[in-house]
Design a protein around this ligand. Structure first.
Ligand code: IMP
Length: 176
């Protein structure tokens, strides 16, 4: 029987401190602007909901949802749009909010797609970065934490729709 062990790698308090810092930077960078924060569903919804409460300037929130073909733990780069934005982002300052960048293929697809809509600016903030696995170069403005090349869950990130509710980030360690 397969057993799954979770090892906490980023505690709740560290996430809270980091999200506050990121919120402060966005508040400063977008002063007198009215950015649209685009959360990539589903993984980013916990991060996004905490992040916006640390942003002290007017802003809007929208969501986009994509499905990346491949196995549960491995992206293929073939991406299909499941839910598009509700807003028109032409001439708007857009901030993509991602939970984790792994190969970068999903984010690259979304970035290219949003750029065709001619936003005034487009920046990316991700809570987690698994740099070792990157396959495409993407400009990421703000990174919360670097994580090792293991599958991580919690704080919105799932494995088979489980563990999104964990208030911390944990590494999955599978044992047979
Ligand atoms: P990428 O296209 O390989 O960068 O994969 C990005 C997407 O795959 C993320 O938005 C997550 O939904 C998912 N993903 C990648 N690595 C992990 C992980 O370690 N835990 C949970 N989801 C992951």
């Amino acid at each position: 029987m397969e057993k799954t062990k979770l090892k906490k790698i980023i505690p709740k308090w560290k996430i809270k401190v980091k999200v506050r810092q990121l919120g402060k930077r966005i508040t400063k960078d977008y002063k007198d602007k009215n950015p649209i924060l685009v959360g990539i569903l589903k993984g980013s919804f916990v991060f996004l909901s905490d992040l916006i409460r640390e942003i002290k300037i007017p802003h809007e929130v929208d969501f986009i949802s994509v499905v990346s073909y491949g196995s549960e733990k491995k992206a293929s780069g073939v991406v299909r749009l499941l839910k598009d934005l509700s807003s028109n982002i032409e001439e708007r300052d857009v901030i993509i909010v991602e939970d984790i960048v792994d190969t970068g293929l999903t984010l690259n697809y979304i970035r290219e797609n949003l750029l065709t809509r001619k936003p005034k600016s487009l920046e990316i903030v991700t809570l987690l970065d698994k740099r070792e696995k990157r396959k495409v170069k993407i400009p990421i403005k703000h990174i919360g934490f670097q994580v090792p090349d293991s599958f991580v869950v919690g704080y919105g990130l799932d494995f088979g729709e489980n563990y999104r509710n964990l208030p911390y980030i944990a590494k999955m360690d599978e044992r047979k």
